[in-house]
Structure formats: structure tokens, C-alpha cells
Design a protein around this ligand. Structure first.
Ligand code: XIL
Length: 306
């Protein structure tokens, strides 16, 4: 109805993209990003393995550079991510701590304090422990309460930040370890542990053909938790531009139409500069393909009569 539409326009449905140290030096990327996106997320530069590749050797310069870029462009950035729960994405020195629980706990506390102490108030969102449905690195070594403790510490250090869970395949309907029900269970467990969960991230690394389950996941998650949902890392993997455009439109419309969804962030948009191949919206010279044109049309549709 009319009232719903007004609310959506007032919210000016935010659309974002990931950026990295390389793409912010490409003029065609910067022009497109600045003109058509409202939010950013750093592809890797805030991750623990990036800011502390060796124990005690802190390197925030790359993250600072991206944050500076965002500040100058006037785009808020999601803080991705404080921790990553998947073994394969934990850097070697952290793995080398092995079963020394006290040492690992100290390293974890130092990471939260170092990052949020430095950036408190700068990132409106944080993904606290990325992909907990798919990895148990900290839980296996520090116990069931490990993630709740990360959330509590993060909330203490940056009270204004919305603290997110963030995971993949929840929207795809064919990953038994990532059902909406399991995601809800995970969130409830965190909340029982005193975590102030502020939002639910659905990464959205989808592949053609889409199942008809994104809506289903959105309904289940928002009904059960009452939390806002963001699509945090959307890319549609499909080599055919026209098919990719259609899939992109389906996901964006479902997200826009669902009252719990407060924003959508793409995991990049430029050909040759994306984690997943065949997901681009924009060519390297800045011209759009079908998917890019569809994105621009939808964005215009959602903002023109504001
Ligand atoms: C990916 C980056 O795009 C790559 O450059 C990096 O090598 C690995 O990580 N889920 C996430 C993101 O939460 O952080 C991942 O990003 C993609 C999957």
C-alpha cells in the first residue's frame, strides 16, 4: 500500500559495494561507486589476518586508507569482520597458539580491543564472528560462550555499532548446515549468552538459477528474531549478462519489498575485480552490462519519486 512505499522511500533503501585498496585507484570504479552506492565494506583490509599478519605486528594502514576514502566520499562502511569462525580463514599464528586456551583468549580480547578501540564510532556495523554456521574455530578452543563474549566486548567498546551475525547459503535453501532455523538457533544462543545482536547478515553469494527461497529465509529470520536483515555480500554468479540481470532484479526486489531488510551490499561490481567470476555489473571502462543497467534502473525507481 501507499504507506509502505512512503516508509521505504524515507529509509532511502541503502545500496552498497565492497571496495579494496586496488579498486579505489581505478577512476572508472571510483566514479561508479561514488555516483551509485551509499555504503561500503572493505573486502579484506579489516580482517584479522590483514591487520595482524604476525602476532603483535599491527598494520592498519590499508584499512585507514579505505576509511579515509569512504569519509571523503561520504559513505558509511560496514566493519567486516572482527573474527572469522572458519579454520581455513584463520591466520597461521593464531592457529599456532593451538590448545593454549588462556593465550588464545588473550589474543581474541586484544583483537577486539585493538580494533574497536581504534575505530569506535567509525563503523556503524560490525560482522563480529563471520560464518559461525560454517566454522567453529573459536568455539572449539574457547567453548560455547566464545562468540557471545566477542559480542559483549564489542558492545562495550562501541556501544553505537550494530553487531551482526553474517553467513552464507542461508538464502539458497540447499545447505543443511545453513538453514534459516539453524541461523535462528545460533542467534538465540548468542542472545542467551548476553550478546546484543543488532542485525542479521545474509551474504547473498547466489548462483543462477535462483531457488525460490530468499523470501522464505527473510520471513523466517525476521519473524523469529525481529532483527533487521542486510544482504551483505551480494553477487550473482552467471556468465550470461541477461540472465544475471534477471536474477539480480529478483534478489533486489525481494530485499526491497521485505520490511525487515534495511540494505543490500554488493560484493564488488567491476569485471576483473570481483571475488567470484561472472558476477560483474560494470566493465572496466565504466560502461554497464545488462546487470548493471538493471541495477541503475531499480535504483532510480526506488529514489526518483522520493
Ligand atoms: C573473500 C574476498 O573477496 C577474497 O579476496 C579473499 O581472498 C577471501 O575472502 N565471505 C566473506 C568474505 O565473508 O569476507 C569473503 O571475501 C567471501 C565470502
Amino acid at each position: 500500500g501507499a504507506s509502505v512505499r512512503v516508509v521505504q522511500l524515507d529509509n532511502a533503501f541503502p545500496l552498497g559495494s565492497c571496495i579494496n585498496g586496488e579498486v579505489i585507484r581505478i577512476p572508472a570504479f571510483v566514479d561508479f561507486f561514488t555516483a551509485h552506492f551509499d555504503w561500503a565494506v572493505f573486502e579484506n583490509e579489516l580482517k584479522w589476518y590483514w591487520t595482524e599478519p604476525r602476532r603483535g605486528q599491527l598494520s592498519y594502514a590499508d584499512a585507514d586508507r579505505l576509511l579515509d576514502f569512504c569519509d571523503r566520499a561520504g559513505k558509511p562502511a560496514r566493519g567486516h569482520c572482527i573474527f572469522w569462525a572458519v579454520d581455513g580463514d584463520v591466520q597461521q599464528w593464531v592457529k599456532d597458539i593451538g590448545g593454549d586456551r588462556a593465550q588464545l583468549a588473550a589474543a581474541v580480547d586484544a583483537r577486539v580491543r585493538g580494533l574497536l578501540g581504534r575505530y569506535a564510532g567509525r563503523f556503524p556495523h560490525y560482522d563480529v564472528n563471520n560464518e559461525m554456521l560454517h566454522g567453529r574455530f573459536f568455539r572449539d578452543r574457547l567453548g560455547d560462550g566464545a562468540a557471545a563474549r566477542m559480542f559483549r566486548e564489542a558492545a562495550r567498546l562501541d556501544p553505537a555499532a550494530a553487531l551482526f551475525v553474517n553467513d552464507y547459503n542461508v538464502e539458497c535453501g540447499n545447505d543443511p548446515s545453513a538453514t534459516p532455523e539453524k541461523y535462528v538457533e545460533l542467534i538465540r544462543g548468542l542472545q542467551r549468552g548476553g550478546a546484543r545482536v543488532g542485525g542479521v547478515g545474509l551474504q547473498g553469494h547466489v548462483t543462477h538459477p535462483l531457488g525460490e527461497v530468499i523470501c522464505d529465509a527473510l520471513h523466517k529470520l525476521s519473524a523469529a528474531t525481529g532483527l533487521p536483515v542486510w544482504i551483505t555480500e551480494l553477487d550473482v554468479c552467471e556468465p550470461d549478462d541477461a540472465l544475471r540481470a534477471d536474477d539480480l532484479e529478483v534478489v533486489l526486489r525481494e530485499a526491497f519489498a521485505h520490511p525487515a531488510v534495511e540494505g543490500v551490499v554488493l560484493w564488488g561490481f567491476m569485471k576483473g575485480h570481483m571475488w567470484r567470476p561472472d558476477a560483474a555489473l560494470v566493465n572496466q571502462d565504466g560502461t554497464v552490462n545488462d546487470a548493471g543497467q538493471r541495477f541503475l534502473d531499480l535504483r532510480r525507481e526506488w529514489t526518483s519519486d522520493a
